[in-house]
Design a protein around this ligand. Structure first.
Ligand SMILES: Nc1ncnc2c1ncn2[C@@H]1O[C@H](COP(=O)(O)OP(=O)(O)O)[C@@H](O)[C@H]1O
Ligand SMILES: Nc1ccn([C@@H]2O[C@H](COP(=O)(O)OP(=O)(O)O)[C@@H](O)[C@H]2O)c(=O)n1
Length: 231
């Protein structure tokens, strides 16, 4: 991928992928803040386009209908790790994109190739504009969006650990139901034809099941610093 002329020599591109609840967002934000990098939550972008589809009455079960309007919403992500933002056509959607309805529909929308092409282009332009470098988190960053990233991390954790973390966030939502919903979304995201959730061959895999968030952050910060030093 081309490097932006605006980027400094020390700029570093970090791709963090993995399934839901492995700690991608918390880790990426903290690492970016600690190292003075930008931050991009690509899941929020897929959630935002899904929110727009739902809001505009698009039939989510019809990939052709989704593809036909995929270019319509204007999605803008703010990349400050201490205050990330996301808007659709100028409206702040950071709250509405986290509803159960959006969560249950996002895998169907994100599987449509026209949606992925559009959002991938957006992600690459955000990464290219990040002068000091960026931490980009998602499902296909290391494999498809930024295959030349300086560092690729693939976070994993047991379904039990992930469900416990998520149900904690949802104020004690039933553990079994949360676990089943997580596994269903993982299966959909991993089995789609276009850029499925997958570990890049050159990604470092970190199992976070028995690590604290602080330990995961320290591990990734060390790996980024090693890459920077070797540049
Ligand atoms: N290593 C960890 N140990 C315990 N809780 C964690 C850990 N990593 C993340 N969490 C918590 O789990 C929840 C999901 O983390 P998040 O970063 O949103 O995961 P993801 O972005 O992969 O879905 C958050 O409440 C977060 O604070
Ligand atoms: N790079 C990405 C990021 C997310 N997604 C899709 O967006 C959904 C929501 O991602 P997310 O990161 O917000 O999900 P959580 O792990 O935070 O629950 C995923 O389940 C995928 O369907 C994707 O297809 N590709």
């Amino acid at each position: 991928m081309e490097t932006s002329a605006a980027r400094t020599a020390q700029a570093v591109i970090v791709a963090i992928d993995g399934p839901s609840g492995t700690g991608k967002s918390s880790t990426s934000k903290a690492v970016a803040a600690q190292l003075g990098l930008s931050y991009l939550d690509t899941g929020a972008q897929y959630r935002a386009i899904t929110w727009w589809m739902v809001n505009n009455g698009i039939d989510i079960s019809d990939p052709t209908a989704i593809a036909a309007v995929a270019a319509k919403p204007e999605i803008v992500s703010g990349t400050d790790p201490s205050a990330p933002t996301i808007t659709v056509d100028g409206t702040d959607v950071s709250g509405p994109i986290r509803t159960q309805e959006v969560t249950s529909k996002v895998s169907a929308v994100s599987a449509v190739p026209e949606v992925r092409a559009r959002i991938t282009e957006l992600q690459r332009s955000v990464a290219a504009a990040a002068e000091r470098g960026i931490v980009v988190e998602g499902r296909d960053i290391g494999t498809t969006v930024l295959p030349d990233a300086d560092l690729k991390i693939f976070l994993t954790a047991s379904p039990e650990a992930r469900a416990a973390r998520r149900s904690g966030e949802l104020r004690g939502a039933d553990l079994h139901t949360t676990r089943e919903a997580l596994l269903k979304r993982d299966a959909a995201d991993s089995s789609r034809k276009t850029s499925p959730l997958a570990k890049a061959d050159d990604a470092v895999e970190v199992d976070t099941s028995d690590l604290t968030l602080q330990q995961v952050i320290e591990c990734v910060v060390t790996l980024v610093e090693e890459k920077r030093a070797a540049k």
